[in-house]
Ligand binder design. Sequence first.
Ligand SMILES: *[C@@H]1O[C@H](CO)[C@@H](O)[C@H](O)[C@H]1NC(C)=O
Length: 130
Amino acid sequence: MASAVCVLLCVCVRACVSFNVDTSFPLLKTGGDQTFFGLSVALHEDLRTGEHMLLVGAPLAGAEPGVPANRTGGVYSCPISEGQSAECSRMKLLDPGDLIEDMWLGVSVVSQAPPGGRVLVSLPSVFFGI
Ligand SMILES: *[C@@H]1O[C@H](CO)[C@@H](O)[C@H](O)[C@H]1NC(C)=O
């Protein structure tokens, strides 16, 4: 019995070990508190400019000003660089009429990458191809 518990413990502990990819030069991007900024992340290439960027979902982000909702979630485009000019900018994905309170926009973000270069952003029940 004791050895079975020990084996189970070893398997569980081994499965929970974490690591950092690059601890010397980390690239930190931050979003608003309690927005789940970073729940989804995709590396994307803009095929027109050849520029690479991080697309970051924040499904509990507040709505943009002037829309008839308080909290919609959002997706941010972040340059892969540091410094003040490397701020993330919110992507305009929807018309104000499409917004629904607590729609969890950005719960999942996927980049098609070349050759198409498209991005798929999903909500729990709706999918938008951009
Ligand atoms: C936004 O929040 C206010 C204050 O809580 C509330 O009265 C209003 O109904 C909310 N709007 C929507 C679209 O849910």
